[in-house]
Design a protein around this ligand. Sequence first.
Ligand SMILES: C[S@@+](CC[C@H](N)C(=O)[O-])C[C@H]1O[C@@H](n2cnc3c(N)ncnc32)[C@H](O)[C@@H]1O
Length: 246
Amino acid sequence: MTQPSDAIFTLHSGLLREAPGSDASTLRALGLTGLGGEVTVADMGAGPGAATLLLARALPGAWITAVDTHEPYLDTIISRAAAAGLISRIGTLEQDMVGPGFMDGSLDLIWCEGAVYFVGLERALRHWRPLLRPGGRIVFSEVIWLGPDRPKDAELFWMEYPDMTDRAGVIRRIEAAGCRLISDFVQPESDWRAYLGPLGTRAAELRPGADETLRAVLDGAVQEAELFERHGDSYGYAFFIVEAAS
Ligand SMILES: C[S@@+](CC[C@H](N)C(=O)[O-])C[C@H]1O[C@@H](n2cnc3c(N)ncnc32)[C@H](O)[C@@H]1O
């Protein structure tokens, strides 16, 4: 019998994105940082590296370290970076994103798409703020409630992320961690489809041979997609661009 965590990685292996997102949103967020040139970047919870590779292309003078606890994702990033001719500017670190061993004041940009919920936003920002050089930025994307309307089954589904909040709640956490919001935007619905589409295709491919544990994980993916069709206007992913407050 498959273990639940193995089943989750079985479903997710081979996907290029592991969270709602798009090249357009990543580049929009990067533009809002105002950063360029020979910057040092960490992509926290990089997964298979969609943002890592795009940032390396968009910032031709940058050195980028992809940080993740799941080694196979880091291997994927190395293969993809080599194939894209970017390997000389991308490194990997198999580490916890809140204890990755970077020196204080060593990073211009800390990036984190769809992964900060694993460790908690305020905790992550408290760890990352001292790592920034003067003028450094932290960019993260996070699922939030978009307004007061919280349909019951959406609330039930998102109980898996009990800290989920709205924009004002995110800003409170940013400020509590000694940071300041520079800019933010809600990602378009198409960013969800870029994630849920390939996830649904992979779930359908795996179903015929799935054991009970894997079937439960596949059902979860189907529920996530169905919920988004019904209530995708009540929650969404948003990018936040922040800096140290002092
Ligand atoms: C939802 S995926 C997002 C991946 C990628 N940023 C993307 O947008 O495709 C979250 C990633 O965070 C990683 N992760 C979870 N907890 C972590 C931790 N404490 N430290 C580092 N990485 C972690 C997971 O292995 C996974 O690759």
